[in-house]
Design a protein around this ligand. Structure first.
Ligand code: EPU
Length: 339
């Protein structure tokens, strides 16, 4: 089925809760519907954007083009072994509900990614991650429809070229594919991932065999709720910036100046610095500019206190970037897509 509208408000389709209009909006609930949409528009000619839950978007103006939205639903087990269960989910499924479903079954693999806003289809595009896990670790493959030919293609893990909040769908293949469904390999005997410090501390006194995926999922939910604002209550798009990755030489110089600076040494020798710390040190945590502000419990999150425009949020983000650059000589790169 196709749901087609013209000049519609995108307020319900972005978690910042911003007012912006789309010239055309098409929501599809299956592949056949998508195929007929592909016939009527040319992605080479027509500006278009594929959206999931709108949890990573900043609209600074109306969108003069086509918005393609997935309403493709369904969760099914496609294969089972003694160790694993392969679960396929439609791209329009709500991510958090999907994770809850797998946790209820006692399957391990997605519990650290509980409560992340957005849809299943957006998860691999952005390679979502939290609390010591990225979705790529349990990802098997996805099916996507080519927006020029209308043909379906399989992408395995290697072909997706996952990186930190990145994939081929944000790089070389940007805008060319519409994700239909995603398959994950989940564990029947869960291998818990408790390396993230607050999780490790929470479970330190409990024998590992007594810890359930449900308990980990609940712990992740309560950590998230304590730091991250609920988009329905306070508009936001999660982390506004990526955590910057810097060269070891630059890191050593900075560390001499700021010995207390937290960091994560990466396998490739580079060093990741928490942007939240940089922003807090730059004096922006909890600060407000008009209707927008830097969250008071997590400086990496920019919030809409109600009635903010996209331009106002962008102005605040740029002021934050400027101050971090001045103080640390580090250029923060937005994680959200600015339109
Ligand atoms: N910190 C501060 N002040 C702050 C916030 C953070 O000093 O206001 C420092 C603290 O030292 C803290 C460290 O930053 O120990 C890391 O903070 P946190 O564990 O909250 O994680 P993050 O690096 O700020 C990343 C992801 C989040 C994810 C968390 C947990 C990015 C851009 N963000 O944030 O993902 O939930 O780790 O794994 O990588 C998202 O992508 O939208 C998102 C919320």
């Amino acid at each position: 089925m196709i749901q087609f509208s013209e000049n519609i408000s995108l307020k319900e389709y972005n978690t910042f809760g911003l007012e912006a209009k789309a010239r055309y909006f098409v929501s599809v609930s299956d592949y056949d519907a998508l195929k007929s949409v592909v016939k009527s528009f040319d992605p080479g000619e027509n500006r278009h954007l594929i959206i999931g839950g709108g949890s990573n978007l900043l609209f600074t103006k109306d969108f003069d083009g086509w918005i393609l939205h997935s309403d493709i639903k369904g969760i099914e087990v496609t294969e089972e072994t003694d160790e694993y269960v392969f679960v396929k989910a439609g791209s329009g499924e709500n991510w958090s509900d999907f994770v809850d479903y797998t946790v209820e079954q006692g399957w391990g693999g997605l519990e650290n990614l509980s409560l992340i806003p957005g849809t299943v289809g957006a998860a691999p595009v952005q390679n979502i991650g939290a609390y010591g896990l990225e979705q790529k670790e349990v990802f098997v493959h996805l099916e996507a429809c080519n927006l020029i030919t209308g043909k379906i293609c399989h992408f395995n893990k290697l072909e997706c070229d996952f990186g930190y909040r990145n994939s081929i769908f944000k790089g070389a293949e940007k805008g060319k594919w519409f994700v239909l469904n995603v398959t994950y390999r989940l564990e029947k005997h869960p291998r818990l991932r408790l390396d993230y410090k607050p999780l490790l501390e929470l479970f330190s006194n409990i024998p590992k065999e007594k810890i359930t995926v449900k308990a980990v999922s609940n712990a992740v939910k309560s950590i998230r709720r304590s730091k991250l604002p609920e988009p329905k209550e306070l508009g936001n798009a999660g982390s506004f910036f990526k955590n910057p990755v810097i060269l070891p030489g630059i890191f050593s110089l900075l560390q001499q100046q700021f010995p207390e600076m937290p960091f994560y040494a990466l396998e490739n020798g580079l060093v990741k610095i928490p942007a939240g710390w940089l922003i807090e040190q730059a004096g922006w945590k909890g600060k407000r500019m008009g209707h927008a502000g830097v969250h008071d419990r997590q400086a990496l999150v920019i919030v809409n206190y109600g009635g903010a425009t996209g331009k106002e949020i962008l102005a605040l983000a740029e002021a934050v970037q400027k101050e971090v650059l001045r103080k640390f000589n580090i250029a923060l790169e937005p994680e959200v897509l600015i339109l």
